[in-house]
Design a protein around this ligand. Structure first.
Ligand SMILES: Nc1ncnc2c1ncn2[C@@H]1O[C@H](COP(=O)(O)OP(=O)(O)O)[C@@H](O)[C@H]1O
Ligand SMILES: [Mg+2]
Length: 237
């Protein structure tokens, strides 16, 4: 595992933290190369950090997050989780299932199922026994203020409640990394603020590393680091 310093001068204590997620010279195109999106992106996030990924619509934020979350593969370059390269890795679905949670802009929940049923799905895939899974859900629902909504269908929930449910679902298997793609992008300003505060609370209480794409500058500024994508590459701000 690679460690990096927190960059403090020698008067301060230097803290070494593990790089948990990285992209090295990553290229990605669509339509057989007709749409070149990522042109040599390098990026890394260290354990416990919150990183905001900004950039104009269409610049490739979702594309990069999908690669970092193992949902798609780069044309060239390396993506690593806990210093392990995803490409060619055996049983990579197991690593991804337990290490990474993902929250999307439009929650991607199943509207006809209840909050509880939606959240239990990833635990079935992970083979968690039902009792532990329900205990975990109760813990998360309590932290996110959803305890009274467990048996409600998603279609009956408000936008903010749906996003809070999506956060719970992403955390059911106790991942250490949370990838969030415009998690507040479909919410009005005040709900967006509430959901983001909750996200930060969960990140702190679970000791997560957060990589989050966002359009919202005020939200981005609250993260430890802000990186900007431009012309298919990454700039630290
Ligand atoms: N599956 C796809 N097939 C073809 N083009 C795509 C696909 N996904 C994204 N794109 C294109 O790639 C570019 C980057 O998209 P995206 O990563 O979604 O940007 P962002 O999240 O920053 O808005 C856009 O031009 C988009 O139209
Ligand atoms: Mg996007």
């Amino acid at each position: 595992m690679r460690l990096v310093s927190n960059g403090k001068s020698n008067a301060d204590a230097v803290v070494l933290r593990a790089v948990v997620l990285s992209a090295v010279d990553v290229w990605k195109s669509y339509d057989e190369g007709a749409i070149q999106v990522l042109k040599g992106v390098s990026f890394e996030a260290v354990q416990g950090q919150t990183v905001a990924l900004c950039g104009a619509s269409g610049c490739g934020k979702s594309t990069l997050l999908h690669l970092l979350g193992g949902l798609d593969e780069p044309d060239r370059g390396r993506v690593t989780v806990n210093s392990i390269e995803l490409k060619g890795m055996r049983k990579r679905h197991l690593l991804l299932r337990h290490e990474i949670g993902v929250v999307f802009q439009l929650h991607n929940l199943i509207a006809d199922l209840t909050l509880e049923e939606n959240c239990l799905i990833p635990t079935v895939a992970a083979g968690t026994d039902r009792r532990s899974a329900r205990a975990r859900l109760q813990e998360l629902a309590s932290l996110t203020g959803l305890s009274h909504r467990l048996d409600h269908r998603i279609q009956k929930l408000s936008g903010g409640e749906r996003q809070r449910t999506a956060i719970c679902r992403a955390l059911m298997n106790r991942p250490k990394i949370l990838i969030a793609d415009e998690p507040t992008g479909s919410l009005d300003a005040s709900t967006s603020g509430v959901v983001f505060e909750l996200l930060l609370k969960m990140v702190a209480s679970e000791g997560l590393t957060l990589v989050m794409a966002t359009h919202d500058r005020a939200i981005a500024e609250r993260c430890d680091r802000l990186v900007e994508m431009r012309d298919g590459r990454m700039e630290d701000r």
